[in-house]
Design a protein around this ligand. Structure first.
Ligand SMILES: Cc1cc2nc3c(=O)[nH]c(=O)nc-3n(C[C@H](O)[C@H](O)[C@H](O)COP(=O)(O)OP(=O)(O)OC[C@H]3O[C@@H](n4cnc5c(N)ncnc54)[C@H](O)[C@@H]3O)c2cc1C
Length: 400
């Protein structure tokens, strides 16, 4: 800690997903030394699945100079079409004027790119370090890891995801993620046997499940399903039943909907199926900081996984946290960080929780939804949602 200014000089960043490396790089750019401590023994580069990165996320990545590296491993999406079970188009979302398109990236590529960028800047990631406790005093904060080792710095940043341990250390009564009514499945298919979708992702509110797909010009297809389930379904429970079981089940559930689900499920290798467990919403009444401990990314605020905003918001918050720590002494820095970030992330979380409810709709709600959605979308000018996708960050500007 700088004795004259009260500003932090060093940080322990817990978690090596998206928020961890972004925070560490932003801190370095702010003149604060950071080390990343990740629970897993090695890089999580093989973690499967794809994700959309919104233009606001790229503003944060650009602020720390990694935007182009992520653009190089991702592809632009022209937009999203929402349709009903019978193929009726409910709404189309193109790229908003003046905004870059959302880009599609394989999660493994995003993790690899961020990890390599951090490494290239001399930032150390220590693997096999699962935080279990933290103690603080006037001189700093000490993290204790499951292997019995410790590390000390001026501040400890919890970038340890949806099931954050640091969140519990800050507030033992902090809320847990809440089951959102569906379970997730997906896959990438080499030869989908379905017409290319012209850069669009098509999302169908089917009669019994939500099915989304995109087919690239080379025939490669991506699909994912949100299947309404009566109670939480863990990834392990999904795995236990195996890919072949779920492919057959999903085919049955998607039957009768005007989608290419049957062809794409048939073309899927059961071994290559991706299970993502239950969809969950994170309550917003999380305490973000206490003393020298503070949260970023999903640990602080997780919109539902289908929002397409989780990683982007994680990057935004991580960069903003670094700016606050650069410009203000500790208690004020964390207060300003929360003041800058909470209203925006909570507004997005609220919006996306509504979308999840539409996916798990029962027969009556489905009829109402299909009747109302086109009207709602017609009445809502697309520009009205532009606030979500714009978040310019001037890294050098003082946070005030
Ligand atoms: C199925 C699915 C689809 C999604 N699709 C999208 C999408 O299209 N677009 C989008 O923007 N977002 C999407 N998301 C959300 C996105 O993945 C998250 O918002 C993002 O990964 C958050 O980054 P993070 O760094 O906060 O957390 P994570 O990426 O979860 O990283 C947390 C890290 O902390 C580590 N860790 C955990 N506990 C400890 C501990 N005790 N000690 C040390 N380390 C620990 C973990 O191993 C992990 O590496 C999706 C999520 C899911 C599940």
């Amino acid at each position: 800690m700088d004795i004259t200014t009260g500003k932090v000089r060093s940080a322990l960043v817990v978690g090596g997903g998206v928020a961890g490396p972004v925070t560490a790089m932003a801190l370095q750019q702010a003149g604060i030394a950071a080390t990343i401590y990740e629970a897993y023994d090695g890089p999580a580069d093989e973690v499967g699945g794809g994700m959309g990165l919104a233009p606001n996320g790229f503003e944060a990545f650009d602020a720390i100079g990694v935007g182009d590296a992520i653009r190089a491993v991702s592809t632009p999406m022209n937009g999203i079409v929402l349709q009903s079970w019978n193929g009726r188009r409910l709404a189309t979302f193109g790229t908003l004027p003046g905004l870059d398109p959302t880009r599609f990236v394989m999660r493994s590529e995003l993790f690899r790119t961020l990890r390599q960028a951090a490494e290239a800047r001399g930032i150390t990631t220590v693997h096999g370090k699962r935080i279990v406790d933290a103690t603080e005093d006037a001189d700093g904060v000490t993290a204790r890891f499951a292997d019995g080792t410790t590390a000390t710095a001026d501040v400890l940043i919890g970038a340890d995801g949806l099931r954050s341990t640091v969140r519990r250390l800050i507030d033992p009564s902090s809320p847990a993620p809440q089951f959102a009514g569906t379970a997730g499945f997906g896959a990438m298919v080499r030869d989908a046997g379905v017409a290319p979708t012209d850069g669009m992702m098509i999302m169908a509110f089917g009669k019994r499940c939500f099915f989304a797909w995109q087919v690239l010009d080379d025939g490669t297809g991506i699909w994912f399903v949100n299947l309404p389930v009566p109670q939480p379904l863990s990834v392990n429970e999904q795995r236990e039943k195996g890919g072949a079981h779920w492919l057959a089940h999903l085919k049955q559930v998607c039957e009768g909907d005007a989608t290419p689900a049957a062809q794409m499920l048939d073309a899927t290798d059961p071994e290559a199926m991706l299970f993502t467990g239950s969809t969950e919403n994170m309550p917003t009444n999380v305490v973000w900081s206490r003393g020298r401990l503070v949260l970023t990314g999903d640990a602080a605020h997780a919109p539902s996984s289908s929002s397409g905003q989780g990683a982007s918001l994680a990057a935004e918050s991580s960069v903003e946290l670094a700016r606050c720590l650069r410009d203000l002494p500790l208690p004020q820095a964390l207060a300003r960080y929360e003041e800058l970030r909470r209203p925006r992330v909570e507004r997005i979380i609220k919006e996306t929780a509504r979308t999840n409810a539409r996916k798990a709709a029962g027969p009556v709600a489905r009829v109402v939804r299909d009747a109302l959605l086109p009207v709602m979308f017609k009445m809502t000018k697309p520009e009205k949602n532009a606030w979500q996708f714009r978040y310019p960050i001037d890294f050098e500007a003082p946070v005030g």
